[in-house]
Design a binder for this molecule. Structure first.
Ligand code: SF4
Length: 334
């Protein structure tokens, strides 16, 4: 099975979509914030990006769900900035701090090809939403030079469904977060009142493109979706609502990844809720609820493990000190 974007490349759709998306940055509406500024003239909206890519790292990543990381790693490209910027973000050094360097599409294309040459199973774009116009341009260049591994779109869920629609046939595997089940929680933790509707709308588009399952070959993801949810301390009700909404609007066959790895970053150590890790009881309550609702494929983590998973993006390898023995394992309905 070859990556979906190769067909789109040969049809000329990749280049066409890249141009349309670049046009949208002139009155930017790449994400739900719809800042309306002209990024091509150097104006900056909420994400503080002009129309150039800022890349933090491109490296094999062994800490994603097993079908995504496999043995050889996901070929992960971390982009700087974020259009959501949750106050507890574990990647805060690049999402809040904009750490990284400006690269042009040809350099990004070479980074993709290098990850493939290094044996990575896919190209995983992390927080690609505000960069997507340049990413498609880079992808097109990489296709011409032989890129063929699947493309993974790892996003916050705060996406514009119309933009997601434009990625039809280009993205092979979606890895969206579904962070909040209520707008009250999305406002408290991420400062937006419309997360739920945009995330659900975008996830529906993703499922419409790649289905509500994860296709694998020899255990490695080739096409499909995994919906991620990070359990936050003192917020079990939010997590249960997320699961209710997924059951109601998506399906219970869709693979979900319930993450226990929350850890307070320096800026929230005095926050009344976010100042601590989650408890085993909180995590088990959420996982058991998912099982009771009938979810069939659930990636779960060991909530007893107290090792850190916060990457240090000031290092060449931000994950060198992270022990991935707590990465997710699949719990399948019997
Ligand atoms: S991508 Fe950035 S500039 Fe564009 S709408 Fe979103 S936050 Fe605003």
């Amino acid at each position: 099975m070859s990556a979906g974007y190769l067909r789109r490349f040969s049809e000329g759709v990749l280049d066409k979509q890249a141009k349309i998306l670049a046009g949208i940055t002139k009155k930017c509406a790449l994400c739900p914030r719809e800042c309306g500024i002209d990024r091509t003239r150097g104006e900056r909206g909420f994400c503080r990006l002009t129309d150039k890519i800022i890349m933090s790292h491109a490296l094999p990543h062994y800490g994603e769900e097993p079908p995504v990381s496999g043995k050889c790693g996901a070929g992960t490209i971390f982009f700087s900035s974020c259009n959501l910027r949750c106050i507890y973000c574990q990647n805060y050094r690049i999402s809040h701090g904009m750490m990284g360097r400006s690269v042009d599409p040809s350099e990004l294309s070479r980074a993709m090809l290098e990850l493939q040459e290094n044996g990575c199973h896919n190209i995983e774009l992390v927080s690609p939403t505000p960069h997507i116009h340049c990413v498609l341009e880079a992808l097109s260049l990489a296709c011409a030079d032989g890129l063929h591994i699947p493309l993974v779109y790892n996003c916050s869920g705060y996406d514009n469904p119309d933009i997601i629609e434009m990625l039809d046939g280009i993205v092979d595997i979606y890895l969206p977060d579904f962070k909040y089940g209520t707008d009250k929680d999305s406002f408290i933790f991420s400062g937006v009142m419309d997360y739920v509707s945009y995330a659900l709308g975008s996830i529906k588009k993703m499922v419409g493109q790649v289905g509500d399952a994860l296709e694998t070959e020899n255990g490695i993801a080739r096409r499909g979706i995994i919906i991620r949810h990070l359990v936050l301390p003192g917020s079990v009700t939010n997590s249960l609502r997320v699961l209710d909404l997924l059951k109601e609007h998506i399906s219970t066959t869709v693979p979900i990844s319930i993450m226990a790895q929350y850890e307070p970053i320096p800026s929230v150590t005095t926050h009344p809720l976010l100042c601590r890790k989650i408890t085993n009881l909180e995590y088990e309550t959420v996982v058991n609820y998912a099982v009771d609702l009938g979810f069939e494929y659930i990636f779960i983590q060991d909530s007893n493990d107290d090792r850190t998973l916060i990457p240090d993006f000031e290092r060449n390898d931000p994950f060198a000190w992270v022990n991935f023995s707590i990465t997710s394992q699949l719990h399948e309905k019997t």
